[in-house]
Design a protein around this ligand. Structure first.
Ligand code: ACM
Ligand code: ZN
Length: 745
């Protein structure tokens, strides 16, 4: 059953009725309907081959899983005890060996339901197909399963979910839930990101401070946050996953993202510390010293314990986002560069990874690293995980290295649904465009990533579902079968199953988006409303009220030429769906006025260009909302020309503080007024010292009341902090001012 030559003829045999009767995700490679149906009821036993304890274990596990999703309590019997009633039979059949390590065949006839596979893993995967066919959430206790034949095997052998427990810790029981979810959708690699700047999560017996100190951080409000897994707990999770034929890949980050380890053992750094376990998110300059032998002794000790806990043949060493500042300034690192005949710090990084790779391969493990491990030369035998796009996978495959694809654009499910909606997740193609056919086998599969800066046990499932179903199908099913409309129908049929299992799921797409376009010369905005989902009715209000189905229905572009508080909401079948979107349009005196800016804003944060600061719309707490104008290192000096001398009553400027993104309030802000545009008089000034260590995100409003002062020109000066202060992780790097809406009334 090599699927390539067979698939086309079999697919033709797939009738619409069979497809509709069962909603499987991922879609099997081949599904062919027969005649009649199999009467399935609560008294139908699952029978396994009496000679195979492993098949017995799988039968019992499937029985428990079927019970969980459908409430059916099926008897599990060895073949030696089964009677003659039409049973569900499991069969390990070596003759099916072409199905590969995870393939299976499911045959349903009037008489029986036969699930056969060459391996226990295949039997278990096929069991999930059966589980998805059984009633869930319907309360039905008997049903007719359509006669059919499914022949199935995965397109890719590596189908992963990456879970970051460094930023937010997930308990053992929660990790088991994630494994359950993966199993249901035939995912087979749990990539467990165990060490980070913000926490070290795995007990290492030889270095107790890694968890004694490194697993705990003191938050800015003084509270303690943390947690770690004991080695016994790690074994428990690995064993739980193994029972479901899921391999666990531990990730031990090096040479960067290691501040929790350095907080515990500062002697492994270039500078000697001291350091704290970090509370902010970002990329930190403190990395393991590549010049010290102690670093490698430590890492090898750690890896030797990790290898004992994780039997799988791969180990992930991170390798991403390694600033080279400390290595540049470190005499030991510089001596290493010289002694090893390396060109620069990029080659030092590569040398570091190669040294670790030698240790791992001598201990029976293959190294995986994020695509930065390509920089400065790839270690032999290394597998590259491509995240900054697909380029890393392309380079790796072309140089004869395996690659795992998880580009941020399509598979970072920590991203908001507006950035990666279900359709986009489903559109992901794991084979990089342009890769030569003979190189395609180097693409061993892909993963979705759940970076946990903003993910906790409370919201992880909403981020993962329903997008996991898209990735599951992308990695398992034949690409020729990709059909979003059909997939979406099946996904919606899975929602009752997810509900039954207590799995939360987020929206399929942003239910309503509001796209504004500013026409400064004509002094109005046009607004387009869009829904990322089908079948939505969009309603809106102009007075700030929450829209209902009685509010005007959106049909075509709106023109906004007066003060308006626009709200829009999506409705499906008369029921509101997801969050509303909104924008407040303020037609103040400076609205659309000519504006002179002395130092240019960054092309990366233009907000809408020239007159965005007087477009009547204000930035939100999200710095990337497209409304904030960003000034990197330079001061903001903006002069508004109101066109004639007028009485002014109020001035207002908004600034964003988001130090984790290197955005600071301006140290000093000054308003001045002029009648002639040359002589200015200061009317208000504000100081904004940034408290050391703050990570608070907030909007600062600088507002000044004026007693009807007459002026034509209004000038705002905002002094940039310039460089991130000493306490900040980006100390010495360029800092930003984010400003939006200069309001004159
Ligand atoms: C990564 O997202 N830094 C691999
Ligand atoms: Zn060093």
């Amino acid at each position: 059953m090599k699927f390539a030559p067979l698939c086309c003829s079999f697919l033709l045999a797939l009738t619409a009725s069979a497809a509709a009767a069962v909603s499987l995700v991922p879609q099997p490679v081949l599904m062919k309907t027969g005649k009649g149906s199999f009467a399935f009821s609560a008294s139908t036993p699952i029978v396994y081959p009496a000679g195979s304890p492993e098949a017995g274990r799988i039968a019992r596990l499937l029985g428990a899983e079927i019970n969980q999703s459908s409430g059916l309590d099926l008897a599990i019997l060895p073949s030696s005890q089964a009677g003659r009633s039409a049973p569900i039979r499991l069969l390990l059949d070596p003759a099916l060996k072409e199905a590969g390590l995870e393939g299976y065949r499911l045959t349903i006839s009037r008489r029986e339901l036969l699930l056969a596979a060459p391996t226990p893993a295949g039997l278990y995967r096929g069991g999930q197909t059966l589980r998805q066919m059984l009633p869930y959430g319907s309360g039905k206790r008997t049903l007719a399963l359509p006669a059919l034949e499914i022949i199935d095997q995965p397109r890719f052998s590596w189908r992963g979910v990456h879970v970051d427990v460094g930023r937010h810790f997930h308990s053992v029981s929660y990790m088991k839930r994630i494994i359950d979810w993966m199993a249901l959708y035939k995912m087979n690699r749990l990539h467990w990101h165990l060490t980070e700047d913000q926490g070290w999560r795995i007990e290492i017996k030889k270095y107790p401070l890694l968890t004694g100190i490194g697993a705990w951080r003191t938050e800015p409000d003084g509270s303690r946050y943390g947690g770690f897994y004991t080695q016994e707990e790690i074994k428990e999770v690995v064993g739980y996953a193994a029972d479901r034929f899921i391999d666990v890949v531990p990730e031990i980050e090096m040479p960067g993202h290691c501040m929790a380890a350095l907080a515990a053992y500062p002697g492994l750094s270039c500078t000697g510390g001291p350091f704290a376990v970090q509370t902010q998110w970002g990329v930190f300059k403190e990395v393991y010293c590549a010049g010290r032998e102690e670093t490698f002794a430590f890492l090898e000790d750690v890896l030797s314990e990790v290898i004992e806990l994780f039997p799988f043949g791969y180990l992930h060493i991170g390798g991403d986002e390694v600033p080279r500042d400390r290595w540049q300034a470190c005499p030991r690192c510089q001596a290493r560069i010289k002694a090893e005949g390396l060109d620069d710090e990029a080659e030092l990084q590569s040398w570091f990874i190669r040294r670790i790779e030698q240790y791992l391969s001598a201990h029976g493990r293959r190294l995986i690293g994020w695509d930065e491990i390509l920089d400065g030369g790839l270690a032999p035998g290394a597998t590259v995980q491509s995240w900054r796009g697909m380029e890393g996978a392309l380079i790796a495959a072309r140089s004869g290295h395996d690659a795992i694809v998880s580009p941020g654009s399509h598979t970072y499910f920590n991203a908001d649904i507006s950035a990666i909606d279900l359709r986009k997740a489903y559109s992901f193609e794991p084979v990089p465009a342009g890769l030569e056919p003979e190189r395609i086998p180097y693409i061993i599969g892909g993963e979705c990533c759940l970076w946990s800066e903003r993910i906790t046990e409370e919201n992880l499932d909403y981020q993962l579902f329903p997008r996991l179903l898209a990735l599951s199908e992308v990695l398992w099913s034949h690409p020729g079968q990709r059909d979003y409309a059909d997939f979406l129908r099946r996904v919606r049929n899975h929602y009752p199953l997810l509900e039954t299992l207590g799995i939360g799921f987020g929206p399929e797409a942003r239910p309503v988006s509001l796209l504004t376009r500013f026409h400064p010369d004509e002094k109005f905005h046009t607004v387009t409303l869009e829904s990322g989902e089908e079948g939505m009715a969009l309603h809106y209000t102009l007075d700030g009220a929450e829209p209902t189905t009685a509010s005007p229905r959106y049909t075509s572009q709106l023109t906004i030429d007066r003060p308006t508080r626009l709200r829009a909401r999506a409705f499906r079948d008369g029921r509101d769906y997801g969050e509303s979107a909104g924008a407040d349009f303020d037609f103040h005196l400076a609205f659309a006025a000519p504006l002179q800016i002395d130092h240019s804003f960054s092309p990366n944060y233009p907000a809408g260009g020239g007159r965005a600061l007087v477009d009547g719309l204000r930035g939100s707490i999200a710095y990337g909302d497209g409304r904030w104008q960003g000034y990197e290192e330079v001061d903001l000096i903006a002069t508004i020309d109101l066109g004639e001398i007028r009485p002014l009553h109020r001035l207002r400027a908004g600034f964003l503080q988001d130090t984790g993104s290197w955005i600071f309030l301006p140290a000093y802000v000054e308003w001045s007024l002029s009648r002639d545009g040359s002589s200015f008089r200061t009317v208000a000034a504000f100081d904004h010292p940034t408290p050391a260590g703050t990570s608070e995100q907030r909007i600062q409003e600088d507002q000044t009341e004026l007693p009807g002062t007459m002026a034509r020109f209004v000038r705002l000066r905002a002094r940039n902090v310039g460089l991130c202060p000493a306490w900040h992780p980006g100390a010495g790097g360029k800092s930003w001012i984010f400003v939006d809406e200069l309001v004159v009334q």
